[in-house]
Design a protein around this ligand. Structure first.
Ligand code: HMG
Ligand code: MG
Length: 306
């Protein structure tokens, strides 16, 4: 495999859907994503269910999925309570998160960046002691919905702090989808000067249509792990205006065409995309999904979860 795809649709996607998807449909989606060859799946979020009611059933989802050999299932963990829930679910990998901008961090996790780093150091230490792998997200790297421009110095500082705690990889987030390739080059060039490329991933939202161009720019900087959502589902409920992640179907299509191996079966991926589109009863943004529907089964509004 040349490029590692980290599927975040069941978490980043579904956390931002207006309707709450039934637990059984989430389980079916995750099983289908694993069947399609996605070997890293962020399945849900062990955050405060009052903050993200769409993922309040995280414990039931993790208990219900068929754990496939060779697939790493993960979930977001914001604090001690989240870590306990992840351990009870038998997860071997979790993801912690914070923002490079103070205001977004406060709105998203109800704490300052400094307070979050203290709290996460303890969570990561316990997780590593329990032999869990910990991934980290740094949000709002390319722009903040409250503060606008975000300093690169802040990104470098929190990235360094997370890596020093024992986090194995940092996913650099364009939370509100404002980045363009020039900025992606600048940010990743600065990051790879300080940290090894193997410990960095890119998490682009496609709010303004620059997502795949940003992937190419990050590839050119040597980044080989990308987050994406099936169908282009997604967003962040505490980032006004944020829309979906880059679509997994589009990412896989583009990478295959460029000669990168991803290990993902495009046919099965299209079936998983059509499935969640039918559950939601609305057309999803993924253009490759649209093309596959035009070529075969057209989406039927409100066709249900079966
Ligand atoms: P808080 O209200 O300050 O928490 O929230 P608290 O510690 O004061 O606890 C309040 C209550 O919540 C207590 O219950 C706790 O037990 C409960 P009460 O005593 O009132 O009955 N609680 C929990 N329950 C279940 N699981 C938990 C948990 N924690 C507390 N883990 C907190 C602080 C961090 C928990 C809250 O702000 C939160 O959950 N925030 C999450 C917001 C979120 O999920 N945002 C979206 C994900 S981030 C994102 O999308 C960006 C990303 O995609 C990258 C990018 O795009 O850049 C990753
Ligand atoms: Mg995101």
């Amino acid at each position: 495999m040349d490029v590692r795809i980290y599927e975040v649709g069941p978490r980043d996607g579904l956390q931002n859907e207006a309707q709450i998807v039934p637990t059984e449909a989430k389980i079916e989606l995750i099983n289908r994503l694993a069947d399609a060859g996605l070997a890293w799946i962020e399945a849900s979020s062990f955050v405060n269910p009052k903050w993200i009611p769409q993922l309040a059933d995280a414990d039931a989802v993790l208990a219900g999925i068929r754990r496939q050999a060779g697939v790493t299932y993960s979930a977001l963990v914001p604090n001690q309570r989240g870590l306990e829930r992840a351990m009870a679910a038998g997860l071997r990998e979790i993801a912690v998160f914070l923002s490079a901008s103070e205001t977004h961090n406060q709105k998203n996790i109800n704490k300052s960046i400094a307070q979050t780093l203290v709290l996460l150091a303890d969570v990561v230490k316990q997780a590593v002691a329990a032999k869990m792998r910990v991934r980290g997200y740094v949000s709002t790297v390319f722009g903040c919905p409250y503060e606008g421009e975000v300093s690169l110095a802040s990104t470098l500082k929190v990235t360094e702090a997370l890596l020093a705690m024992g986090v194995y990889e940092i996913s650099i987030g364009d939370t509100i989808g404002v980045a363009t390739p020039k900025q992606v080059h600048e940010v990743f060039a600065a990051l790879v000067k300080e940290f090894s490329r193997e410990r960095l991933a890119a998490h682009f939202h496609d709010t303004r249509g620059t997502g795949l161009a940003n992937v190419v720019a990050a590839l050119e900087e040597g980044i080989r792990t990308f987050d994406s959502s099936i169908g282009g589902l997604g967003g962040c409920p505490y980032a006004p205006g944020a829309s979906g992640n880059i679509a997994t179907e589009e990412l896989v299509y583009m990478l295959n065409g460029m000669g990168y191996r991803t290990g993902v079966d495009q046919q099965k991926l299209a079936e998983a995309g059509r499935y969640i589109q039918q559950v939601l009863g609305r057309e999803l943004p993924s253009k490759v999904l649209k093309a596959s529907c035009a070529a075969g089964a057209a989406p039927q509004k409100g066709a249900g979860a079966s």
